[in-house]
Design a protein. Structure first.
Length: 123
């Protein structure tokens, strides 16, 4: 699905996605990603939902976003609270949804100026 890039700018914006890849600022990326409004798009070491560990979320908590959008692949899945405990302790909200929904929601939140981080597993 193609998304329109906001003409405003210099922010990392999801411009398209399909199963197996996500396009950020018109550059295609494969595999799991960590994506924030600014800075580089990074590979995320968690490649599947079942491979998630508390350490994956502790590393995200250290970055201090306001909210984490967790794209769980083709369907919405919810991580066990023991996995996301570091985020709860840091008062970082977690929204779990399909990766496609996370891509759309991410673009809306960066447009609102929110401090969001998206952890996107392949769809």
């Amino acid at each position: 699905m193609k998304l329109h890039q906001d003409a405003a700018g210099a922010l990392n914006t999801v411009t398209a996605y399909e199963p197996g890849w996500i396009e950020i600022n018109r550059v295609r990326h494969e595999g799991a990603l960590l994506l924030g409004p600014e800075g580089p798009v990074r590979a995320w070491t968690a490649q599947t939902f079942d491979a998630l560990t508390p350490e994956h979320f502790a590393a995200i908590a250290a970055e201090g976003p306001e909210i984490l959008l967790l794209g769980t692949g083709p369907t919405q899945r919810f991580p066990h609270p023991r996995l996301t405990a570091a985020l709860a302790q840091a008062r970082i909200g977690v929204e779990s949804m399909s990766t496609a929904a996370a891509c759309r929601t991410y673009n809306i939140l960066i447009g609102e100026g929110r401090r969001v981080l998206a952890a996107l597993l392949p769809a």
